[in-house]
Write a protein that binds this ligand. Structure first.
Ligand code: ATR
Length: 283
């Protein structure tokens, strides 16, 4: 008998790896009465869908594109991270029915950096893109001790908005912004890590990259792409050819999912089983 329901709200959600990852985690932990389902929800139905979770007795949910930001006003409370990042990727429905929004992207990314033994203390970072996930990346980098962050975006004023928000709360971190059209004379050598948060490299933009291919990465640089499908974007391929360290976003996906699992169940997530399920789901 299924008594504990969890789901993912998004549009579209049919390609989401979360159902496979979480159902595997429930099995691994012997939670035979838990089930995770995909819940396709159109924009106009976000409020009804969120309130429906409570009505239907759900334990929790994930929230994905394009509802991570629009879900916020329909929740009873949000965590500090969700407020900072202005986006919710996890909802917990508490015993009294309160809908509580969380954001596990920051801790998910930090967990993956830590797993890859990436030390960013007092280093410089370059973020490509200034959408919803860039904000989570900025906070993760700052918590890892990054002292100097540059954000490049096609629409520069969105990068400026994120920088202004951070500068207001963290005077000690140096911020620069620029538009995303790298010239061959751009000084990129000083960045320890370059992180792609744009959608260039996946879906219809699979054949593109947010980088000028005449700019070579150096061997001591790390190129991290939040995209995990394809496994190796053109940007990561370029990084590998340059001899740099290339890492895709699968680890972040797994760790943000693990953190969501822990919020709902109060138990330690079986990270390796979740990773296995995600990899299987990609194949
Ligand atoms: P997410 O929540 O995944 O960050 P998003 O908020 O829609 O998604 O952000 C998408 C990012 O990809 C943005 O930085 C966007 O740039 P703009 O702010 O200029 O729109 C970037 N992006 C999407 N398509 C792009 C393209 N063709 N060229 C360059 N950047 C692109």
């Amino acid at each position: 008998m299924i008594e504990k329901l969890v789901g993912v709200i998004g549009w579209p959600v049919s390609h989401s790896l979360s159902p496979a990852m979480h159902n595997r985690a429930f099995r691994e932990c012997g939670f035979s009465d838990w089930r995770y389902v995909a819940l396709p929800v159109e924009n106009a139905q976000v409020k009804n869908a969120v309130h429906g979770l409570r009505a239907l007795g759900f334990v929790g949910a994930n929230v994905t594109v394009p509802h991570k930001e629009t879900v916020l006003p329909h929740l009873d409370r949000v965590s500090d991270d969700a407020r900072l990042i202005k986006a919710v990727n996890t909802i917990a429905i508490e015993k009294d029915g309160a809908l509580v929004g969380h954001n596990t992207d920051v801790i998910g990314l930090i967990a993956d950096f830590t797993e890859h033994k990436i030390d960013l203390k007092n280093h410089r970072a370059l973020i490509l893109g200034a959408g919803g996930s860039a904000r989570a990346v900025v906070h993760a980098l700052m918590r890892m001790g990054c002292a100097d962050i540059t954000i490049m975006n096609r629409t520069k004023n969105k990068a400026d908005d994120i920088a202004a928000e951070i500068v207001a709360i963290r005077e000690d971190v140096k911020f620069r912004t620029a538009s995303l059209n790298l010239g061959s004379d751009d000084p990129i050598a000083g960045y320890k890590i370059i992180i792609n948060t744009t959608s260039l490299g996946m879906g219809d933009a699979r054949g593109e990259m947010p980088w000028n291919s005449s700019l070579a990465f150096t061997k001591d640089q790390i190129v991290y792409d939040l995209i995990y499908n394809p496994e190796q974007t053109l940007l990561l391929r370029h990084a590998v050819l340059c001899g740099a360290r290339a890492i895709n976003g699968l680890g972040m996906l797994v760790h943000q999912g693990a953190a969501s699992f822990e919020i709902w169940t109060g138990k330690k997530a079986p990270v390796e089983a979740m990773r296995e399920a995600a990899v299987l789901g990609l194949s």
